[in-house]
Structure formats: structure tokens, C-alpha cells
Design a protein around this ligand. Structure first.
Ligand code: XMP
Length: 317
């Protein structure tokens, strides 16, 4: 029978054997899979694992700083790279969802390639690929985990010519979480909802600007923190907020406002392939809606998405 302890022991010795004293580069995304892969490799080869954590400026509020801190506390050899401006620049004036994904994917590859070049004599590229990624080749993880070749235009970036190491490729998500727990990774990190690689860019319908990212980060933070405070976070498979490209009329004091609308989304799912909207307590929705409208300047209306997948998707783009 499969146990996380036996998996860790076997995998660590296999990694030691395979890698020896060579260097490995790995992109951390802040998600469960890349984190577990990194901690396993760290156990096997220590400082010869070079982790790169890229801030694309499209993460949740404060996420880059707090997750980078956590990585350092875990003893990982990690470099945080703030490339927010570069991503925003690449997204300028883009509206089409696939064009946004492509711009983000390409920028990530450029940034990662630059960083990988800084490390001398790297032999391996490690990825947090898990079994569903292998069979579907559609990943619910960040682009830092599964990099698809169609993202790049001018030939293969150098880091993609490296030998690939994928210690989790035979595991399902729940097994990855159990391995993570075995390795002593923080429970909260292991229980995190999935988050798309293109991040908030595909939750801002229309073009992505610094101001819109900031507004969405604020609203998203209130919603996610609210789910945690109400002990609802773990009952939901994924949750987030979508910033709509429309304004609606409201009233504040004796003034009319004409501001943005946000949609809250929370779903239950096992693999993201199908999903049902979650019937969150009305009292909770009422409180969250009030808090958002009172605290976040520029938003005067909150709606709740009651569509299931199919035919709707989880994300709006
Ligand atoms: P949809 O919207 O297709 O999403 O129902 C299913 C799951 O996939 C995530 N998702 C993505 N993840 N890059 C990713 O890494 C993407 O471009 C992407 N698009 C959707 C989504 O958050 C959900 O978990």
C-alpha cells in the first residue's frame, strides 16, 4: 500500500541517485505542487536546488511577500524576482483572454530564462507536474509548473533544453497534499485553493491596468479572508472575484455614483473539470457585500455567480 512516508524515502533516494551533485532549477508558483516538489528536492540535494519565484504582479494581495517569506523559512534556496512591471507592460491594451494568457506565458518564460542563466552549470529543470497534468496536459497550476512549448515564439528557451525532473508525476492531488504534510509543510499552504497561472489578469475582464489589479486585490482579499473567518474556506474548492468591465449607478449620501461591479465566485469540485456553485450563507454574502462596497473605493455593486460548469467555466475568461 502507498504511504506518504515510504514515498518520501524512496523518492529522496531516487533523486539523490539521479541528480548526484548537479544543479537543479525550479519555478515556484506559491501553489501546492511546486512547493511540495521543491521541499522534496531540497531534502534530497539541498543547496543545489535553485528555486525561482516570479512576481507577475497578478497574484493575490501581499501574496508574493508572504509566500516568499514562507519559502525562506522552509529553508529553500529561493530567489524572488519582482517582474510586475514587465508583465503589466506585456498586457497593455490586451482584451482577448487567450492573448492575455499568451502574453503572460511568454513573459514568464523570458523572465525565467534570464534568471536561469544567472545560475552557472545547471543540468536539470524540476517541475511540480502531477498525474492529472500528465494525462490531460491541461494544468490547473501556474505556468511556472507546467510550461507548454506553444507559449514561445523564437525557438526553445535555454532552460527548456534542460533534463526534466518531475518527482510528483505519478501522484494525485490528495496524495501530493499528504506528502506535503509528511514533509512538514504548513497546513494552510497545503490547503490552498487552486489559482490560475495568469492570475488576476483573467479575472479582470477587459484590459488589465495597475489600478484595476489593485481594486481586485482589495476585493478578493476581503472575500477570501471572510471565507476563512466564517470557516467556509475549506468547504469551497476554489473562490475568487471577477472585476467586470462595466459601471453601474449607485447612490452614496445624496450623490449618485457610477462605479465598477464585481462578481463573487465560489465552487465545489474535485478536479476542476466540472463544478457546482456553492450556496454560501446569505448572511455571509450580505456582510461581505457591505464590507466590499464600504471599503473599496470604485466598487458600488456586488453580484454572486450562480452558474455551474458546464456550461459555464469556473473562470470568466
Ligand atoms: P475553467 O475556467 O476552465 O478552469 O473552468 C478550470 C480550472 O483551471 C484553472 N485555470 C487555469 N489555470 N492557467 C492555469 O494555470 C490558465 O490559463 C487557467 N485557466 C483556468 C481555473 O482557475 C480552475 O481551477
Amino acid at each position: 500500500t502507498w504511504t506518504p512516508g515510504a514515498f518520501v524515502d524512496l523518492t529522496v533516494s531516487e533523486l539523490k541517485e539521479k541528480i548526484g551533485d548537479k544543479k537543479v532549477v525550479l519555478g515556484l508558483s506559491g501553489g501546492v505542487d511546486s512547493t511540495v516538489a521543491a521541499v522534496l528536492l531540497n531534502k534530497a540535494i539541498g543547496k543545489n536546488l535553485y528555486c525561482i519565484f516570479v512576481n507577475n504582479g497578478l497574484l493575490r494581495k501581499n501574496e508574493f511577500e508572504s509566500v516568499l517569506d514562507q519559502y525562506k523559512h522552509m529553508g529553500l534556496n529561493v530567489k524572488g524576482v519582482d517582474a510586475s512591471a514587465r508583465f503589466l507592460d506585456a498586457l497593455k491594451d490586451l482584451v482577448d483572454p487567450e492573448a492575455k494568457r499568451k502574453a503572460i506565458g511568454n513573459t514568464f518564460i523570458e523572465v525565467f530564462d534570464d534568471e536561469a542563466h544567472e545560475i552557472q552549470d545547471v543540468t536539470f529543470l524540476a517541475q511540480g507536474t502531477i498525474y492529472p497534468d500528465v494525462i490531460e496536459s491541461v494544468s490547473v497550476n501556474g505556468p511556472s509548473v507546467t510550461i507548454k512549448s506553444h507559449h514561445n515564439v523564437g525557438g526553445l528557451p535555454d532552460f527548456m533544453k534542460l533534463k526534466v525532473v518531475e518527482p510528483l508525476r505519478m501522484l494525485f492531488k490528495d496524495e501530493v497534499r499528504r506528502v506535503g504534510a509528511e514533509l512538514g509543510i504548513d497546513k494552510e499552504l497545503l490547503g490552498r485553493h487552486p489559482f490560475p497561472g495568469p492570475g488576476l489578469a483573467i479575472r479582470i475582464l477587459g484590459d488589465v491596468t495597475e489600478e484595476r489589479v489593485r481594486i481586485l486585490q482589495e476585493v478578493d482579499h476581503i472575500f477570501i479572508q471572510g471565507l476563512r473567518d466564517w470557516m467556509l474556506y475549506d468547504k469551497v474548492w476554489q473562490a475568487g472575484v471577477i472585476l467586470l468591465p462595466i459601471q453601474s449607478v449607485g447612490v452614496m449620501g445624496d450623490e449618485r455614483t457610477y462605479e465598477q461591479v464585481v462578481a463573487l465566485r465560489a465552487v465545489e469540485s474535485t478536479d476542476g473539470m466540472t463544478a457546482d456553485w456553492v450556496d454560501l450563507p446569505h448572511e455571509f454574502l450580505q456582510k461581505i457585500s457591505n464590507t466590499i462596497i464600504n471599503r473599496v473605493k470604485g466598487v458600488n455593486r456586488v453580484v454572486y455567480d450562480i452558474s455551474s460548469k458546464p456550461p459555464a467555466t469556473i473562470e470568466w475568461e
